[in-house]
Write a protein that binds this ligand. Structure first.
Ligand code: NAP
Length: 247
C-alpha cells in the first residue's frame, strides 16, 4: 500500500491510461481525486475507484485551477499530481488551421502547464508530478505536427519544472507512451478502421503489438512512487521499443 495517506490527483482520470492509473493508485491506498470532461464516465470511474470526481476542462485555465483548489480543500495537500489529459488529431502541415492547432495546444501544452502551475501552492514538499508525454514528440510521423509540437513543448516544461522544484524535493517526470490501445484513436472510427490500426501497429511496434493502458499506468505509478526517489526530470518511453529499437 505505497500510497496510503497520500492524496493523488489524476487530471484525465476517467478513461484509458488515466483510469488504469486510478485503479492502481486506489489499490495502493491513495486518497484519490480524478478529473475529466465526460460526466458519465467520470461518475463511473469515481464510483469504481472511490475517487472524488470533478468535471473540469483542462483547456479552461480558470476551471482547472478551481478544481485543483477544491480537491486540495477536500482531500488535503496534494502528494502526487498526474497530468494525463490529452487530445489527439492528425493533419498534414498544409491543412493545419489555427483552430486545429489551438484545440490541441490549449489542452496538451497550455492547459497542462497551467495545471501544474495552479497545483504547486497546493502540493506537499517531497511530492511527485508525472506528466503524460508521447513518443510522437521525438518521432517524425507525417500528419502529427500539432500534437508532436505540443508534447515536445511539454517535455521541456517537465525538465524546467523539475529543476525549479529541486528545493521543494518535488520530482517531475514524464511517461511517454507508444501506440496504446485506448479510446484516443477509436473515436469516430469504424470497427474495420480500428482493426486496421491495430494490425498496422503490430507491424510497426518492435514488440509486435500495441500497449495496454495498464502497461503505461504502471510506469506512471512507479514514477509517482518513492520507488523512483532517485528519478527526476526523465522522459520514460513505454513504447514496446519504438524509439530505441525501431528502424
Ligand atoms: N493512446 C495512445 O496511443 C497514446 C500515445 C501517446 C500518448 N498518449 C497520451 O496519453 C494520455 C491519455 O490518453 P489515452 O490514450 O488514455 O486517451 P483517452 O482514453 O482518450 O483518455 C484521455 C483522457 O484525457 C481526458 N481529457 C481529454 N481532454 C480533456 C480536457 N480538455 N479536459 C479534461 N480532461 C480531458 C479524457 O477525459 P474526457 O473523456 O472526459 O474528456 C480522458 O480521461 C494523453 O495525454 C495522450 O496524449 C496516448
Amino acid at each position: 500500500m505505497k500510497f496510503t495517506g497520500k492524496t493523488v490527483v489524476i487530471l484525465g482520470g476517467n478513461a484509458g491510461i488515466g483510469l488504469a492509473a486510478a485503479r492502481l493508485f486506489a489499490g495502493q491506498g491513495a486518497r484519490l481525486a480524478i478529473t475529466g470532461r465526460n460526466a458519465q464516465t467520470l461518475a463511473g470511474a469515481a464510483g469504481e475507484t472511490g475517487a472524488l470526481g470533478l468535471q473540469a476542462d483542462m483547456g479552461d485555465m480558470a476551471a482547472q485551477g478551481a478544481a485543483l483548489e477544491k480537491i486540495a480543500a477536500e482531500c488535503g495537500p496534494i502528494d502526487v499530481l498526474f497530468v494525463n489529459a490529452g487530445v489527439g488529431g492528425f493533419a498534414p502541415v498544409p491543412e493545419v488551421t489555427e483552430a486545429f492547432w489551438d484545440g490541441i495546444h490549449d489542452v496538451n501544452l497550455k492547459g497542462a502547464f497551467f495545471a501544474i502551475q495552479s497545483a504547486l501552492p497546493l502540493m506537499r514538499d517531497g511530492g511527485s508530478i508525472v506528466v503524460t508525454g508521447s513518443i510522437g514528440s521525438v518521432a517524425a510521423v507525417p500528419g502529427n505536427v500539432a500534437y508532436a509540437a505540443a508534447k515536445a513543448g511539454l517535455r521541456a516544461v517537465v525538465r524546467i519544472v523539475a529543476k525549479e522544484l529541486l528545493a521543494r524535493r518535488i520530482r517531475c517526470n514524464m511517461v511517454s507512451p507508444g501506440p496504446t490501445d485506448t479510446e484516443i484513436f477509436k473515436r469516430g472510427a469504424s470497427e474495420a478502421e480500428i482493426a486496421g490500426v491495430r494490425e498496422m501497429m503490430a507491424g510497426v511496434v518492435p514488440i509486435g503489438r500495441m500497449g495496454t493502458s495498464e502497461e503505461i499506468a504502471k510506469a506512471a505509478v512507479f514514477l509517482a512512487s518513492d520507488e523512483a526517489s532517485f528519478v527526476n526530470g526523465v522522459d520514460l518511453y513505454v513504447d514496446g521499443g519504438c524509439i530505441e529499437l525501431g528502424s
